[in-house]
Design a protein around this ligand. Structure first.
Ligand code: PSU
Ligand code: MN
Length: 305
């Protein structure tokens, strides 16, 4: 396997991997297609600072110049945040964009894939992709779920947005043998809302317990990811009725405009942001910071095992 020819890992991260230090992977689709510029620049730096503050090393991923980048410098972060001619790379796009040299942001699926190639086991994001509402007709199911089925990385997220069918997303994860853990909660979180009405498989008490579960799973050769659901901090949790109204409206607009395929999720995210103004964005930032904190703790505990 000569996959290493395609990886470009910063010296700091390369050394950290070699020494078994705690590292937290971060995606770039959340920057390029999930947040407005220039607010996303501040976010991109702050989330990395939070991880460093906890004692782990951040590794933001992207596809730039025909390489799978692990760790971005300030210019590269700026490039992803400006998002001019930055594509969205899911698993099926990776080889194409590496070949063409297209700059692309990494989704949860692609970040997991890159983290796994580099040997990074913990990843912090905002929300995972999942089974879209109406998937019975459209078959729109995020590639994130198949990646979770096969790729051994723990994804710390605030669950998923209710642009998705949360119940079907959890069913899909069950079918593919992906453990869904709740970080100090028995409820699967719904991104902006700390609760979703759906339970998790197991509530973990702390990062050490989560890390032991990861080690046990992978020691057994049970390949595949783990979802660690970490609810948005209570003070930032939004009202279900408030956010659901915006989500329903965004879904209706997507239908009217005939939005399909990989454009669906970015369209819904941008429309919800516009409909709810700054409110939802402030919550979005806080839940992502909180995931970075918890992911760092898990990476630190995992590195001790
Ligand atoms: N959901 C969010 N914020 C995001 C995404 C999803 O609340 O930024 C992004 C993630 O990168 C995720 C991707 O992996 O969208 C899923 O896209 P799709 O549904 O096209 O697979
Ligand atoms: Mn899709």
């Amino acid at each position: 396997m000569n996959y290493k020819n395609y990886l470009s890992v910063t010296p700091e991260i390369e050394e950290a991997i070699a020494q078994g230090k705690p590292i937290v992977a971060l995606e770039s689709t959340i920057l390029s297609h999930g947040m407005p510029y220039p607010e996303n620049v501040e976010f991109a730096h702050k989330v990395e600072e939070i991880i460093r503050g906890e004692g782990a090393i951040p590794a933001t991923t992207a596809i730039i110049g025909g390489k799978l980048k692990v760790g971005l410098n300030s210019d590269e972060l700026e490039l992803m945040c400006k998002a001019e001619n930055v594509a969205k790379a899911s698993r099926r796009d990776v080889a194409v964009y590496l070949t063409s040299g297209q700059t692309a942001a990494t989704t949860v699926a692609t970040t997991m894939l890159i983290a796994d190639l580099a040997g990074i086991r913990v990843f912090a994001t905002g929300g995972i992709g999942g089974v879209h509402r109406g998937a019975q007709e459209t078959m729109d199911i995020s590639a994130d779920l198949q990646e979770l089925a096969h790729t051994s990385v723990c994804v710390v997220s605030a669950g998923c947005k209710s642009i998705l069918d949360i119940g079907l997303t959890l069913e899909y994860l069950e079918t593919y043998g992906v453990p869904v853990l709740g970080y100090q909660t028995s409820e699967f979180p719904a991104f902006y809302c700390e609760s979703s009405g759906y339970g998790v498989d197991y509530k973990v008490a702390d990062a050490a317990e989560a890390a032991r579960i990861l080690k046990t799973k992978w020691d057994l050769g049970l390949k595949g990811g783990v979802v660690l659901g970490n609810p948005i901090p209570h003070e930032y949790s939004l009202d279900h009725s408030y956010i659901d109204k915006a989500i329903d409206q965004a879904l209706e607009m997507a239908k009217e405009k005939g939005i399909r395929g990989k454009a669906t999720t970015p369209f819904l995210l941008a429309t919800i942001k516009d409909l709810t103004g700054g409110n939802s964005f402030a919550s979005n930032l806080q839940l992502a910071y909180n995931n970075a904190r918890v992911a760092s703790k898990v990476a630190i505990e995992y590195a001790k095992l």
